[in-house]
Design a protein around this ligand. Structure first.
Ligand SMILES: NC(=O)c1ccc[n+]([C@@H]2O[C@H](COP(=O)([O-])OP(=O)(O)OC[C@H]3O[C@@H](n4cnc5c(N)ncnc54)[C@H](OP(=O)(O)O)[C@@H]3O)[C@@H](O)[C@H]2O)c1
Length: 262
């Protein structure tokens, strides 16, 4: 049956930034598909709530409270998951994000921090996961990139450049790790999470974003979770090195920060 290909029965997964938003929805979706899931972020109470939801599906959950901008902490998640679950099959590099800033306020240090948080974290965890995946049945890595990796919008030079680097990291890592480990990314459009609270609580801005999104709505975290399950599971078994655009049909940014000409 085709739906069986979307199952992750008895697999083990790590999801970073999994206390709320996209990461929390992804963690729960992977558990619903049959996986045990390690969830990590900085806020323990949120992680505990996600763990409870995972356990409600009958799967095991492991909580790791960590600041994942520490690359050793990010890498350590792979060993912790393998120890807790006896295997590691799926890694979702979801932690990331960088606030928009005008070009002249984007210092070299800010640009490097964006690269560190959006790319180096994914590299550190993926690299640590590889030996565990190869010791088992292979694996699948899903990186959470952004529509801003390919569209143009004022104020996003650090974020968009870092997410574009994550997209190409995905292609190159997929080449290095084929055939036993697949690596893909999702170019996420605007999704209703705490990261977008500041714009989505402004009714005017929200309506403008909906109007300029072909599908006429802001995405739900579950829109992204469904794509992760596809890429992580045998359903996506012939897909690697690809960027799946889950963005409501955007071909240009739907958020104009109104930054003036210099
Ligand atoms: N929402 C969108 O419209 C959108 C669009 C494109 C791409 N994305 C990408 O999707 C990913 C998730 O975003 P989201 O919208 O779901 O964000 P969110 O709602 O703000 O959730 C972010 C999660 O990451 C955790 N986190 C943040 N900083 C961390 C750190 N230093 N160490 C460990 N955990 C940390 C947060 O928990 P703590 O704060 O407790 O640590 C939280 O669990 C990001 O990579 C973002 O760039 C989002």
């Amino acid at each position: 049956m085709i739906l069986d290909r979307f199952r992750l029965t008895d697999r083990a997964a790590v999801v970073t930034g999994a206390g709320r938003g996209i990461g929390a929805a992804v963690a729960l979706a992977l558990a619903q598909a049959g996986a045990d899931v390690l969830v990590s972020a900085r806020t323990e109470a949120q992680l505990r709530a996600v763990a409870e939801a995972i356990e409600g599906t009958g799967r095991r959950a492991e909580v790791v409270v960590a600041d994942l901008s520490d690359l050793d902490a990010a890498a350590a998640l792979a060993d912790t998951a393998a120890r807790a679950f006896g295997r590691l099959d799926v890694v979702v590099n979801n932690v990331g994000g960088t606030m928009p800033r005008p070009f002249m306020d984007t210092s070299p240090r800010f640009l490097e921090a964006a690269f560190h948080f959006n790319v180096s974290t994914a590299h550190a965890l993926t690299r640590a996961a590889v030996p565990h995946m190869l010791a088992g049945e292979g694996g699948s890595v899903v990186n959470i990139s952004s529509a801003m990796a390919r569209t143009q919008g004022r104020g996003f030079v650090a974020y968009g450049t870092a997410k574009a680097a994550l997209a190409h990291f995905t292609r190159l890592a997929a080449t290095d790790l084929a055939p036993r480990i697949r690596v893909n990314a999702i170019a996420v459009g605007s999704v209703a999470t705490s990261a977008l609270d500041v714009v989505l609580t402004d009714d005017g801005l929200r309506r403008e974003m909906e109007r300029t999104t072909p599908l006429g709505r802001i995405g739900d975290p579950e829109d992204i979770a469904a794509a992760v399950v596809y890429l992580a599971s045998p359903a996506g078994g012939y897909v690697t090195g690809k960027l799946l655009e889950v963005d409501g049909g955007l071909d240009r940014p739907n958020l104009d920060l109104g930054l003036p000409d210099l």
